[in-house]
Write a protein that binds this ligand. Structure first.
Ligand code: ARG
Length: 561
């Protein structure tokens, strides 16, 4: 990777300051002036107590000596170093076989926790977000060489279980007759859950539900038998939805898995003096003295003996660190759970469970009214309905443009619209979901990206007889595109470091945009042979680049559009 070669060369020239070299050499933020830039001189000026311009000149000399690939180096006051790859240099770099390869300097085993669906409760937009973003983060990390273990971590043990059991009991009379098979369906579960929620207002019913949860957790055989069916039905349904979204998991573990170990963990924490009983409940303080905002203690066991969300999460971390040998654990969960994760990360560290913990909190999906996204009748949006609406809107766009409609094609475009809507900006922000905006074929949308890809594909099909080969003559559009393609590995590494799919997404838009300009201004078939070859080479490389990016973003490029 070219940028790496520049960095390596500066690291050996400034060994004492090697640590700051990497971040000092970056892709240029003034592409009109240079392709890469280096502000190391400005940073070193203070340390070395020398004029930045002098250091910049020295850096330029160092770089000039080390050239494997021809490029120009300029120094600009007060101490910037600008690097412009020459046309010969572009040819050399783009012809390298391994040019798209990006590898993290340290390979890790990373457990990713995303999806987080709840048994018996319908998936809402938030769960879709977690699956879409999490899947993309996983692919980015895999791309740079990490070993990633994806765990869906189902919510299958909390209070909602008591609610479903209660709802089922109200609806089905033969529920506890072990001689008869259980016949309720997934749809029944939703209805039962809704019913239970209505009755939950009533204190007596609410208590019954809580007691049912406790009994289930204590191993009641009647409830366990029902729970197994509830679980199996939910997993089938959820798998189907995640399959559609292209999210795949290595582990389908859930909260229930940890029931057996939670008592031991609580004992261990008590023995170590990390937790104590307070008014009948077991709590573990995690506040740090002198902190401005107090972080409340972790509630591990309720007065009635029931364990909590935090207890299951702690048990999960223990397994991931000790059994799965995780170096890092990454959670993709609604940002409103930030405090919960802060608490359990602290407690895990106190317990000596060592790993890098990252909480990637994502913002809320809002409707055009600025409130959480709901269906027309005010219910939570289901993926199925959402996709139907997106497909409808995509079909309308295609009809308007006079394109032929094909079910599969419409489906992939609709999915891309949904995913790009989710990933195009920093996940921490809330965003407004707009079926209409996301399904447009122009602007920064999923359909636009796919459209550019299919256009290159059909162009390449027409150019099959042309042998791709670069030549030394570059027009502006070609150069802009080539310089952008060269950034690929560095962009992916940056996205991996920041767990940020939007970095990949925005880069994909830039590549697609640059290709569009090239496409409009640089004809192929009407040109002489060497120009044809040059442009086919660039088109092929762009295709390869976009294919990789689409894979990372989980977008499927349709056969035609
Ligand atoms: N089931 C949870 C929810 O719907 C999300 C689970 C997130 N993962 C975790 N390890 N707590 O809010």
């Amino acid at each position: 990777m070219f940028i790496d070669a520049l960095r390596a060369c500066l690291r050996s020239a400034f060994p004492e300051n090697a640590a700051i070299v990497n971040e000092s050499v970056t892709i240029s933020d003034r592409p009109d002036i240079s392709d890469y830039q280096c502000n190391l001189a400005l940073k070193l000026a203070k340390v070395l107590r020398r004029a930045p311009l002098d250091i910049a000149k020295e850096i330029a000399l160092v770089l000039q000596k080390e050239q494997h690939v021809p490029f120009e180096v300029n120094v600009a006051p007060p101490g910037f170093v600008n690097i412009v790859v020459s046309e010969q240099g572009l040819c050399a770099l783009l012809q390298k076989e391994d040019f798209f390869v990006a590898q993290a300097s340290q390979k890790k085993t990373i457990v990713m926790d995303y999806g987080g669906p709840n048994v018996a409760k319908p998936l809402h937009v938030g769960h879709i977000r977690s699956a879409v973003l999490g899947e993309s983060v996983k692919r980015i990390l895999q791309h740079v060489g990490h070993k990633v273990i994806a765990d869906v971590h189902m919510g299958d043990w909390g209070t909602q279980m008591g609610k479903v059991l209660y709802g089922l009991e109200q609806t089905f009379s033969d529920l506890y007759n072990e001689d008869l098979p259980l016949t309720f369906t997934f749809e029944d579960l939703e209805a039962c859950y809704t019913l239970a929620n209505q009755h939950f207002q009533d204190e007596k019913s609410a208590k019954t539900m809580r007691d049912m949860t406790c009994s289930l957790q204590a191993g009641d055989t009647r409830y366990s038998r029902i729970w197994r069916r509830v679980h199996a039905l939910s997993v089938t349904e959820i798998k189907e939805i995640y399959d559609q979204l292209g999210a795949s998991f290595d582990l389908w573990y859930g909260e229930s898995r940890y029931q057996r170990v939670m008592p031991q963990i609580c004992d261990l924490l008590e023995q170590k003096g990390l937790a104590h009983v307070d008014q009948g409940a077991l709590i573990a303080p995690v506040a740090i003295e002198g902190e401005s905002a107090d972080v409340p203690p972790v509630l591990l066991r309720k007065k009635d003996g029931g364990f909590l969300y935090a207890t299951t999460d702690l048990a999960t971390i223990k397994e991931r660190v000790e059994e799965l040998q995780a170096d890092a654990i990454v959670y993709v969960v609604d940002t409103r759970q930030n405090l919960h994760f802060e608490q359990i990360f602290r407690l895990a560290e106190k317990m000596g469970l060592q790993a890098d913990f990252s909480f990637l909190g994502f913002g809320t999906v809002n409707g055009s009214d600025g409130r959480p996204f709901k269906t027309r009748d005010g219910g939570a949006y289901r993926l199925r309905e959402l996709l139907q609406d997106m497909e409808q809107s995509v079909s309308n766009c295609m009809r308007e443009k006079g394109r032929s409609l094909n079910k599969e094609v419409v489906h992939s475009i609709a999915l891309a619209a949904l995913k790009v809507g989710d990933m195009q900006q920093d996940m921490r922000h809330n965003y407004e979901f707009s079926v209409e905006k996301f399904t447009q074929f122009d602007g920064n949308t999923g359909p636009y990206l796919l459209y550019v890809c299919t256009r290159i594909k059909s162009l390449l099909a027409k150019c099959e007889h042309i042998t791709p080969a670069l030549n030394q003559k570059w027009c502006t559009e070609e150069r802009t595109l080539a310089v952008l393609l060269l950034q690929h590995p560095d962009i992916i590494l940056r996205a991996a470091k920041n767990f940020a799919p939007h970095i990949v997404c925005q880069y994909a838009f830039m590549v697609a945009g640059a290709y569009n300009v090239f496409y409009q201004n640089c004809p192929i078939l009407s040109e002489e042979k060497s120009v044809q070859s040059h442009r086919v080479f660039l088109s092929r490389l762009t295709m390869k680049c976009l294919q990789e990016l689409c894979h990372i973003l989980g977008l499927e490029i349709p056969k035609f559009m």
